[in-house]
Unconditional design. Structure first.
Ligand code: ADP
Ligand code: MG
Length: 578
């Protein structure tokens, strides 16, 4: 069979694989190395790309490559880039479901018998667990090659390769077993969300929340929709907009306009839930998630306080000046940031990368960064307070740079003076209280003084030096991996990403590690600014896909956003900036 996927190895017959497995049965585990290679299984090609060293090591990497024609899926499912991304996501889920159903597992020690694929969550991301090109579909997964102790269980391996995997392929990569209606619904839903995202700009919006959306999640550790007692979202009349989508047709919901938007309301009335939905709205969601019509500007970045973080030469002077003992805030560095300096740095670093919208929740903000009232202004004079509170900068951020803010603020009315839109959450439903907030503000004139000055201030672009990115550890030249969603092992360093709440998939975290390495070796060495250098890596990925990030074929990378990549670089304690 022709593969059209650039397999360098000679394609062997599947009987070669069965002969090898019989031959190495009961031998030492290392003999499994003999099954490395590419095999023709008739309907598909199976590539054993990497063989694990022992039953407890990371399982072996395997890939199935099938002709697109052989799948018999309609061509329209793959007719543009976003549909291909959605289709690859859907087929990954199908493969995962089929493997769960069909694969017996538990065929010996350690991971023996496992057949696993990188499982997506509620968001649909470009990922390389499934790669679809003009004429083929590749699915990459891992297999735990079975053993008792270190003794190869050849017959168990035969069952996996000759019974289970063929059935999984049949169940997940062929029309019939795969319901093409559900497939199309998935692809159409994702395309609709991307079209809606593109339209936000021309409608003057930073986000759209469709009527009927289910925003609350099942629990803090379960991202699926709350099933019982969830109140569906309903737009207030005055913020209602309608949009025509290619597949779903006309949809109605709340448009959040550009500028400064406050979300107010009593505690436990759904403010943070709305904001989290907006954070996640930078990604498309699967049908049934409840947030399929919650779509946010792709340049929206969640900002929070993150005390303890590392900061390297960030110009935080728009917010902070006159630190004790004359510390420079135009190139501010610290190993241990305070709440306010970390929040200031998080904003400036996001602006440096071209953020268009800031999403802020009072729950995770530093109070002294957000507000400074009249009484405090009188007691502690401006000269003695290094911080210019966000309330005095938020409007200038929009007028000077066109950057909007959506802010959850139930605790201070000082923001009424600077808000363009005020949304009140009451019993989980939004109300437009912009006019009432303006009346209240007029009645109780704030006696506080605006400390924000004429302009927002300068956003300084920084240029990292390449020495800060040594990826070696021990005997390894390059040791980069993800450890959970919020941690990257990069050489001898652990990068803590727990401040980056818009990361949604560990495979994104893994990709960030690889992107940093690419950035460091290709672009930091050229003296490019951080934002330019990271964008260059994305240009490469645009052309060559996520596979460009690793020297060999993997299936466990998902695309992160530039903001989280820069966020990780900025949190590397070895980062050094010119
Ligand atoms: P706030 O930030 O206003 O204090 P939260 O957004 O944290 O409130 O929500 C409080 C609780 O209400 C959470 O447990 C959340 O899951 C739940 N909740 C939020 N929105 C809804 C809704 N539309 N329907 C049902 N429960 C909701
Ligand atoms: Mg809250």
């Amino acid at each position: 069979m022709q593969q059209g996927t650039g397999e360098k190895n000679l394609v062997k017959q599947k009987d070669d694989l069965s002969r090898t497995l019989k031959r190495i049965d009961r031998k030492g585990y290392k003999a499994y190395k003999d099954i490395f290679g590419v095999y023709d299984f008739g309907g598909y090609v199976l590539a054993v790309d990497h063989v694990q060293g022992d039953p407890f090591a990371a399982p072996s990497r395997v890939c199935v490559i099938t002709k697109r024609q052989a799948t018999r899926f309609s061509q329209d499912l793959f007719s543009n880039r976003i549909r291909v991304t959605a289709a690859a996501d859907f087929l990954t889920r199908c493969f995962s479901d089929a493997a769960k159903r069909i694969v017996r597992g538990g065929r010996g020690m350690g991971k023996s018998g496992l057949v696993g694929i990188d499982r997506p969550g509620q968001e649909v991301l470009p990922r390389n667990s499934c790669v679809i090109d003009e004429d083929s579909v590749q699915v990459r997964f891992v297999v735990g090659l079975p053993a008792a102790g270190r003794t190869i269980l050849g017959n168990e391996a035969l069952s996996i390769f000759f019974e289970e995997i063929p059935r999984v392929v049949e169940a997940s990569l062929r029309v019939g077993p795969v319901d093409e209606r559900a497939f199309r619904e998935h692809v159409d839903a994702v395309e609709d969300q991307e079209v809606l995202r593109e339209r936000l700009g021309e409608m003057g919006l930073v986000a759209f929340v469709g009527n009927g959306s289910i925003l609350p999640r099942r629990s803090g550790v379960d991202d699926r929709p709350l099933t019982s007692g969830a109140i569906p979202f309903q737009s207030p009349e005055s913020l209602r907009v309608s949009v025509d989508l290619p597949h779903r047709g006309s949809v109605i919901g709340m448009g959040i306009p550009r500028g400064v938007t406050l979300i107010v309301g009593g505690g436990f009335h759904g403010k943070s839930t709305l904001l989290v939905a907006l954070e996640r709205g930078v990604y498309p969601h699967v049908p049934g998630d409840g947030r399929e019509l919650v779509v946010t500007d792709p340049g929206a970045v969640k900002i929070r306080a993150e005390d303890g973080r590392y900061i390297e030469r960030v110009n935080i002077s728009p917010f902070i000046t006159n630190l004790p003992y004359g510390r420079d805030t135009s190139a501010f560095s610290t190993d241990n940031a305070s709440g306010s300096t970390s929040q200031a740095a998080n904003i400036i670093e996001s602006l440096e990368m071209g953020a268009r919208v800031l999403l802020i929740d009072e729950d995770t903000s530093a109070t002294n960064f957000m507000i400074r009232d009249e009484r405090m202004q009188e007691l502690i004079s401006k000269e003695k307070e290094p911080i210019t509170p966000f309330v005095d900068k938020v409007k200038k951020l929009h007028s000077d740079f066109g950057v909007s803010t959506v802010l959850v603020m139930g605790g201070s009315g000082d923001y009424f003076d600077v808000a363009d839109t005020v949304i009140a959450m009451e019993n989980y439903l939004p109300e437009d209280v912009t006019d009432r907030a303006a009346e209240v503000a007029a009645r109780h004139r704030a006696a506080r003084t605006d400390e924000g000055g004429e302009a927002f201030g300068e956003i300084t672009q920084r240029t990292p030096v390449p020495d800060g990115f040594d990826p070696s550890r021990g005997k390894r030249d390059v040791k980069i991996d993800a450890k959970g969603l919020y941690k990257i092992l990069y050489g001898r360093e652990d990068i803590d990403l727990s401040g980056l709440s818009q990361l949604v998939d560990e495979s994104q975290t893994r990709a960030i590690g690889n992107i940093i390495h690419r950035y460091a070796t290709r672009y930091a060495t050229r003296g490019l600014k951080l934002s330019e250098g990271v964008r260059e890596v994305y240009r490469d990925m645009e052309e060559r896909g996520l596979d460009d990030l690793t020297p060999y074929r993997t299936g466990n990378l998902a695309q992160p956003r530039i903001f989280e990549v820069a966020g990780a670089i900025n949190r590397m304690r070895t980062l050094s900036v010119k």
